[in-house]
Write a protein that binds this ligand. Structure first.
Ligand SMILES: Cc1cc2nc3c(=O)[nH]c(=O)nc-3n(C[C@H](O)[C@H](O)[C@H](O)COP(=O)(O)OP(=O)(O)OC[C@H]3O[C@@H](n4cnc5c(N)ncnc54)[C@H](O)[C@@H]3O)c2cc1C
Length: 419
């Protein structure tokens, strides 16, 4: 059983012999006593960082240490939306770089991640919101990002089944990014894991980091449930558990953890062929290739590490959906689940060194870290290898909260439940 390259020929050959020859996608690595770089957290960001480190930087031995299983965190729990419709200078180049990496990802890692650029349509419901979208669209175009402002007739032509007569939230138009869309979330984790493994990265599952060993302000390695693992450098990419893991090194992060829920209905005939977001509340929806309507909304309003949410938020999300598409009320919900969001105070992430030498931080992804996965991994690898930020992530500094240089894309202030 080998690690074969996936291609049309290997698929046909395996089909002819009853799929008996596929090897495991990655090795089940046993922890070595020491690595040059240890990435803590086997989510999308930790795996992507390890892959780009191995691929583009000569840093020696690399391990990804994951407390559960690959794909068990937010990377396998999100609503799969990718886009780069950002406005602020600190954000737009970063998310556009991510979009460009998505566009070439499957060829790069030799994995079908079902990248589908089906378009993301943000609806507007007031004159003021239309003006704000016009401004955002112009800013995007100035950054070289595609965007189109649609009037009501154009939106009606594109998605005729919405409730246009809703007296409370009449639809006035929308901002469309055609290159945005969806990517199959857990395939991204599996694809990066396999590609990193092929480059020699050790992927160590069921291995929880329980401490960060330091000496004289310098990191020496990580204590884990499978023993001490020495490391020249340690990169934290623990998403919803960032605060807990950083606290092991004595750091207090400007991050709160909240549950975010996602929902899938029973399978339907093809209906929604893009991503639609409601502008008068927090609601976003697309349709999976299996036919389920996949949707989500706001975070639960209190801090939690539970990967499940509560009924008031479910009600709120479904109300948003009903205001947009009353036919949703006829659907049966098949599944819903929660993930733990690392909500930063300004809604933007952190990719930076920490005050502990050799310890690096990748966190604060809020609702939107899935679309950032490739660029986050790319920029974190750059930082880990060269000790300096990548130019598109230079604004994501840890000290910006103390210095006042916040990157508040929504303009709602330093309150995580509003981002
Ligand atoms: C319901 C929901 C919907 C979302 N929708 C979208 C969307 O449509 N588009 C979008 O862009 N983003 C979305 N997101 C956000 C996105 O999923 C996250 O921001 C992103 O996945 C976080 O990065 P990650 O993949 O590395 O996280 P994770 O997959 O959570 O990886 C972190 C890993 O760290 C591990 N870990 C934690 N503590 C330790 C420890 N002590 N030792 C070892 N390992 C540890 C965890 O087990 C976990 O596997 C959504 C999230 C949720 C929950």
């Amino acid at each position: 059983m080998g690690f074969s390259r996936y291609s049309i020929f290997s698929v046909i050959a395996e089909a002819l012999r009853g799929h008996s020859g596929w090897g495991p996608a990655w090795r089940d690595a046993i922890p070595a006593p020491k690595y040059d770089v240890v990435s803590v957290g086997g989510g999308g960001h930790g795996l992507a960082a390890a892959y780009y480190l191995a691929r583009h930087h000569a840093v020696g031995r690399i391990a990804v240490v994951e407390k559960g299983w690959i794909g068990g965190g937010n990377v396998g729990r999100n609503t799969t939306i990718v886009r780069s419709n950002y406005m602020l200078p600190g954000n737009a180049p970063f998310y556009e770089w991510s979009m460009k990496l998505w566009e070439g990802l499957e060829q790069d890692i030799n994995y079908n991640a079902m990248v589908s650029q089906r378009g993301v349509l943000n609806l507007c419901h007031t004159d003021a919101q239309r003006d704000a979208y016009a401004r955002r669209g112009n800013s995007m175009r100035l950054h070289g990002i595609d965007s189109e402002l649609l009037d009501l007739a154009a939106v009606k032509k594109m998605v005729p089944y919405l409730d246009y007569k809703n007296a409370r939230f009449p639809i006035q138009g929308g901002l469309l990014q055609k290159r945005g869309g969806t990517v199959r979330h857990d395939a991204v984790a599996w694809g990066y894991a396999r590609a990193a493994d092929r480059l020699g990265v050790d992927i160590i599952q069921n291995c929880e980091v329980t401490g960060i060993r330091q000496q004289a302000g310098r990191v020496l390695g990580v204590e884990t449930t499978r023993g001490f693992i020495g490391a020249g450098k340690v990169g934290l990419a623990c998403a919803g558990h960032s605060s807990q893991v950083a606290a092991m090194a004595g750091l207090r992060l400007p991050i709160e953890s909240h549950a975010l829920q996602a929902f899938v209905t029973e399978g339907l005939q093809p209906l929604i062929d893009n991503v639609i977001t409601f502008g008068a509340g927090h609601f976003y929806i697309s349709q999976s290739d299996k036919g389920g309507l996949v949707f989500g909304g706001d975070i639960d309003g209190y801090n939690s590490y539970a990967q499940r949410g509560n009924l008031p938020t479910i009600e709120d999300v479904c109300e948003g959906g009903m205001a947009l598409m009353p036919m949703l009320g006829r659907q049966r919900l098949l599944r819903h689940w929660g993930g733990i969001m690392d909500m930063s105070m300004d809604g933007s992430p952190i990719i930076d060194k920490t005050p502990v030498q050799g310890l690096y931080l990748n966190a604060g992804w809020c609702y939107g870290g899935f679309k950032a996965t490739p660029a986050s991994g790319w920029c974190f690898a750059h930082l880990l290898a060269r000790d300096e930020p990548h130019e598109v992530a230079a604004a994501y500094r840890l000290d910006r909260f103390a210095a006042g240089y916040v990157i508040d894309e929504k303009g709602v202030g330093a309150q995580p439940n509003l981002h």
